[in-house]
Design a protein around this ligand. Structure first.
Ligand SMILES: Nc1ncnc2c1ncn2[C@@H]1O[C@H](COP(=O)(O)OP(=O)(O)OP(=O)(O)O)[C@@H](O)[C@H]1O
Ligand SMILES: [Mg+2]
Length: 256
């Protein structure tokens, strides 16, 4: 079987040193009595080739931060970079191109196209960009994710965990500079979750892939290099080389 390292020659070259960053980021939702200050002066930077987990209580702003970083939502003020490119102020077409070329997403709700097979879903971003699918890499990713026998199935014929793995394969296939995941293992049993997390971790080590993942699970977070802690819209701390115990201890101080 091919190893991940054998695929690394084709990736990682020319990548920026920073995966993404935000400076003085503020975002509010609503107005008057229902106004919510979802991000408060957030300053954060993610090194390329690292795996970061964003954690914090429900409603602390994790998804909002990730959506703003990924250019899916706009902030009220502050600056955002994907790689070396500042996205604040980019025209829609430029932002769309940057997202297509440099960013992968794994949503909790999968966002698969119901009428396409698993394989067609995985290769869709490449097809949309008129690119050529790297069949070796597709084979490696789908085999590692345990999807080989499921590629001709449509999403409704797959379990939740299999659909999530299709979404992970789709994000990995284009080897984007940065992959964002909002609870990407939230729907997986612990064995599938561990497989997905180890593949994500190895893709940072061996391919220089950058990963930013929101999770509530201290075990999932322990696969990362660094945990960034949020509370009430603000960054309130971080942990390097996290373990499930150190993550739990840090979260308990936030009342999560
Ligand atoms: N579209 C919206 N309209 C109004 N308020 C919103 C909207 N999206 C999020 N919020 C509010 O902004 C705050 C941050 O929400 P966010 O979804 O970023 O939290 P989170 O940390 O991802 O929570 P969870 O762990 O539950 O997913 C919350 O108070 C939430 O109610
Ligand atoms: Mg969320």
């Amino acid at each position: 079987m091919t190893t991940l390292a054998q695929h690394s020659a084709a990736s990682g070259a020319g990548r920026p040193a920073r995966a993404a960053a935000a400076q003085k980021l503020n975002k509010t939702y609503g107005s008057g009595d229902t106004r919510v200050h979802a991000l408060k002066d957030v300053d954060v930077s993610f090194d390329a080739g690292t795996f970061t987990a964003i954690m914090g209580p429900s409603g602390s702003g994790k998804s909002t931060l990730m959506h703003c970083l990924a250019g899916l939502d706009s902030a009220d003020n502050g600056r955002i970079w994907i790689g070396d490119t500042e996205i604040t102020g980019l025209k829609d077409a430029e932002l769309t191109r940057l997202r297509r070329d440099s960013v992968g997403f794994v949503f909790q709700s999968f966002n698969l196209v119901p009428t396409l097979t698993a394989e067609q879903n995985i290769t869709l971003p490449v097809a949309l960009a008129n690119g050529t699918v790297d069949r070796d890499w597709l084979g490696y990713v789908t085999e590692t994710l345990g999807l080989t026998g499921r590629l001709k199935h449509r999403p409704h014929e797959l379990s939740g965990g299999q659909q999530q793995r299709v979404a992970v394969a789709r994000a990995l296939l284009t080897r984007p500079d940065v992959i964002f995941g909002d609870e990407p293992t939230g729907n997986l049993d612990s064995k599938s979750g561990a497989e997905v997390l180890s593949l994500l971790r190895r893709s940072t080590r061996e391919l220089g892939q950058s990963i930013i993942m929101v999770t509530h699970d201290p075990v999932a977070a322990s696969y990362s290099d660094r945990v960034v802690l949020m509370n009430d819209g603000a960054l309130v701390g971080e942990l390097d080389s996290p373990t499930p115990d150190s993550v739990l201890a840090a979260l308990s101080t936030l009342g999560a």
